[in-house]
Design a protein around this ligand. Structure first.
Ligand SMILES: [Zn+2]
Length: 273
């Protein structure tokens, strides 16, 4: 038994050592236990499953707006990556932005650039810049590999629990871990919360992306004020339960807005919608 424990600890350390990489958006070493080649096919499959089980709005003003904002934010992130020496970072991504007919106040991103907005969040987003603030935040989670890091933690837990010794490299097991980490499957689109640290990172990356994409970064704080106003009443909507709209978040975004405008100016963007 002691020997078994020793091997388990050794395996965990080994995974941590080989699994660390530099994340261009945070400048930090991040734990990437599961490589893109393994996680992205799972993500794409899960995303398609969600779309199949949902009513996707393909035409009309709102669906077009989600597409337009998504492409602009994705384009902004690719310009940023190119400029900062990571031209191939999103090579394996397959960007997709879908609007789902659902009254839930919700929006989320899966690894590899798979984004969904629910119609229920549109009244709070209110404007295209409001949509861009949410989109920037969600795309930032995907780019910073926050989901992947969360999944790694789930997988490490399994290893520590001595269940996962054989699970690594096992497709079915990995699928299950993915579903657990994302909380999807039977409850479509229900996401586990990110840590506060990841939320703050996504806010900071997101506000820069929206500015580079030509959307007024002042609108990010305005969006979260509306989120806060909507957080009362009959229980928190899905998005707000994982994204607390508190004063600290609003204040941070107000403080970061002028830096985001300066960042956008580096890309020749000086006027905002
Ligand atoms: Zn978030």
């Amino acid at each position: 038994m002691a020997k078994f424990k020793f091997y388990t600890s050794f395996l965990i350390i080994f995974i941590i050592v080989v699994g660390c990489g530099q994340n261009p958006f945070t400048g930090k070493s991040t734990l990437a236990l599961v490589p893109n080649s393994q996680i992205l096919p799972m993500s794409f499959q899960q995303y398609n499953q969600v779309l199949e089980e949902s009513k996707v709005i393909k035409e009309g003003e709102h669906a077009q707006m989600i597409q337009r904002v998504g492409l602009k934010i994705a384009n902004a992130s690719e310009r940023w990556l190119m400029e900062n020496g990571y031209p191939n970072y999103t090579d394996d991504y397959k960007w997709e932005f879908n609007l789902i007919e659902d009254d839930q106040v919700n929006a989320w991103a899966m690894p590899g650039g798979k984004i969904a907005f629910y119609t229920g969040i549109l009244p709070i987003a209110k404007t295209e810049a409001g949509v861009a603030a949410i989109m920037g935040h969600e795309v930032a989670h995907a780019l910073a590999n926050h989901g992947q890091q969360r999944m790694s933690a789930a997988q490490l837990q399994q290893v520590a629990g001595a269940v996962g010794m054989m699970a690594i490299g096992d497709d079915q097991q990995s699928q299950q871990i993915f579903a657990t980490a994302y909380g999807i499957g039977s409850q479509v689109g229900i996401m586990l919360p990110f840590s506060r640290k990841h939320e703050t990172e996504a806010d900071k990356i997101g506000i820069n992306l929206m500015a580079i994409a030509g959307y007024d970064p002042d609108e990010a704080a305005e969006l979260w004020k509306r989120m806060k106003e909507n957080s009362g009443g009959g229980g928190p909507p899905q998005f707000l339960s994982t994204h607390p709209a508190n004063d600290e978040r609003i204040k941070n975004l107000q403080n970061w807005s002028s830096d985001a405008k300066k960042e956008a100016a580096k890309y020749g963007v000086t006027s905002f919608q």
